[in-house]
Ligand binder design. Structure first.
Ligand code: FAD
Length: 461
């Protein structure tokens, strides 16, 4: 069969654009179809814009608190945040990155189609009035905000999603955040730092479910101290105008705010794809794919949020490279146990692998756990914020790293060390004998490993 392309990619997010570049670099004639803006959720309404706004909020806080470092002449009563300027700075960062993706695709001779792709048959896509055929097709159509059916809505609509909130130019006075996962907690943090009164309603009895309980509780205590109100175990029932009704411990409560952020999760986006019609199998809303990202049709791959496995940008990008490798005849498989997660609060949270509770369930007594407090680390003190904790979970026989959960300054930049060590199956002894520079927060990693493996950290009693 003659096809127009060797590989066609649907969706230009961190899954899709990485797949297209990788396929082109491996000599495949490649095209990518994007219906909106290149960069997908991540660059346009996800990872990057949230972190750009959080950076602005942190700078605002630093200026307000500069006096403790001896900075004089700042009248904190006059320090304000100009949301329009912060937004335009954020938009500039997004624009630069989106243009960068466009250049990378062009530079690798990837053909870009602007429009929405829909399967005509197993090898053919309709994009507007054009038809594109390919030997292999990679679906990377991402996800969209999920609004649960059990929440009823009445009256005026005060509900916003992360998409709208990322472009507001006027801050609300108050907001109710429904959902204490990463997106809900990052927005709660951001808006609190910008002076908004924030209430978080979370169904579970703790926030940030992927993070070790001890760490997530510390983050919650810190955010509470900073003024965020949390109601855990709260089942939201109804949103009427700007009032949110929820059930907690058998009683009905009501909280009111200018806006309500719906942050209860995201669902795979397969709208308009015609995927079921060509026989693709689904796992609930997600397109089913195996650890090599193949769907039930072996020439079609589903990567990123659309396969519903781990909704993170770096997972989408690695899945892209695994799928392309398989297309090129070099079989690879994903390992979903070593995917780091980062949460951009101040201090930051970063984790990889099992939580202590998961490790104890899986390995029973053969687990060693060590912690090291951030206040015992010189660099954390220098940074002016020594809240936090470093936790390492090892298997007690060989000292293999099972999990690492950090709450401290710059930890999102440090977790890759542990991910690499886990990939290399490095042991506690090997991490202990790796020299960590001084003064850095990363010294805390070595100290936590020492605490776990030998029972004694050098700089903590
Ligand atoms: P997407 O990035 O969603 O890209 C899919 C693309 O496909 C979109 O551009 C869409 O327009 C296009 N598309 C869909 N259907 C079609 C079609 N039929 N034809 C053509 N094009 C189509 N992850 C992290 O790792 N770190 C973070 O800090 C982080 N922060 C986040 C903050 C927020 C507020 C949100 C919402 C998400 C965040 N995420 C974060 C998650 C991350 O954005 C996603 O996991 C990631 O973007 C998924 O990449 P993807 O390529 O699978 O899909």
């Amino acid at each position: 069969m003659n096809y127009d392309f060797d590989v066609a990619v649907i969706g230009g997010g961190p899954g899709g654009y990485v797949a297209a570049i990788s396929a082109a670099q491996r000599g495949k004639k490649t095209c990518i179809v994007e219906q909106n803006s290149l960069g997908g959720t991540c660059l346009n309404v996800g990872c990057i814009p949230t972190k750009a706004l959080i950076k602005g909020a942190n700078v605002y806080q630093q200026v307000c608190n500069a006096q403790r470092f001896g900075v004089e002449g700042v009248d904190t009563a006059k320090v304000t945040i100009n949301m329009e300027k912060l937004q335009s700075w954020k938009d500039g960062v997004v624009k630069q990155l989106v243009n960068g993706v466009k250049s990378l695709l062009g530079g690798n001779y990837v053909t870009i189609f602007n429009g929405s792709a829909s399967f005509s048959d197993e090898h053919t896509l309709a994009v507007g009035d054009q038809t594109v055929s390919a030997e292999y097709i990679i679906i990377a159509t991402g996800s969209k905000v999920a609004i649960p059916d059990f929440i009823t809505q009445e009256g005026e609509n005060h509900i916003v999603t992360s998409n709208e909130l990322l472009s507001i130019s006027t801050l609300p006075q108050s907001i109710v955040v429904i959902g204490g996962g990463v997106i809900g907690v990052e927005f709660a943090y951001l808006l609190n730092k910008l002076g908004v009164k924030v209430t978080v309603l979370e169904l579970m009895d703790h926030i940030l479910p992927m993070v070790d309980r001890e760490i997530s509780e510390k983050a919650q205590i810190r955010m509470t101290r900073d003024g965020v109100t949390f109601h855990l175990g709260a089942k939201v029932q109804k949103i009427c105008n700007n009032h949110v009704t929820f059930e907690l411990e058998g009683k009905t409560h009501k909280v009111s705010a200018d806006l309500v952020l719906m942050a209860v999760g995201r669902k795979p986006n397969t709208e308009g794809l015609n995927a079921r019609a060509i026989g693709l199998e689904f796992d609930r809303a997600a397109i089913k794919s195996d650890d090599s990202l193949r769907t039930n049709l072996s020439h079609i791959f589903a990567i990123g949020d659309v396969n519903g496995k781990a909704m993170l940008a770096h997972t989408a990008s690695v899945e892209a490279e695994v799928a392309v490798s398989c297309i090129c005849g070099v079989e690879q498989r994903m390992n979903y146990c070593r995917i780091p997660s980062c949460i951009y609060l101040e201090p930051e949270i970063a984790c990889v692998g099992l939580t202590e509770a998961q490790a104890r369930t899986e390995y029973g007594e053969h687990v060693k756990v060590g912690t090291f407090p951030a206040y015992a680390n010189g660099r954390s003190l220098v940074e002016g914020d020594s809240d936090g904790m470093f936790k390492i979970i090892l298997d007690s026989q060989y000292g293999e790293i099972l999990g690492a959960h950090f709450y401290g300054q710059h930890t999102t930049e440090m977790i890759a060390e542990i991910a690499a060590a886990m990939r290399a199956e490095a042991t506690a002894e090997e991490l202990i004998s790796s020299i960590h520079p001084h003064p850095t927060v990363s010294e805390s990693i070595r100290e936590a490993v020492l605490a776990a493996w030998t029972g004694k950290a050098i700089h903590n009693l």
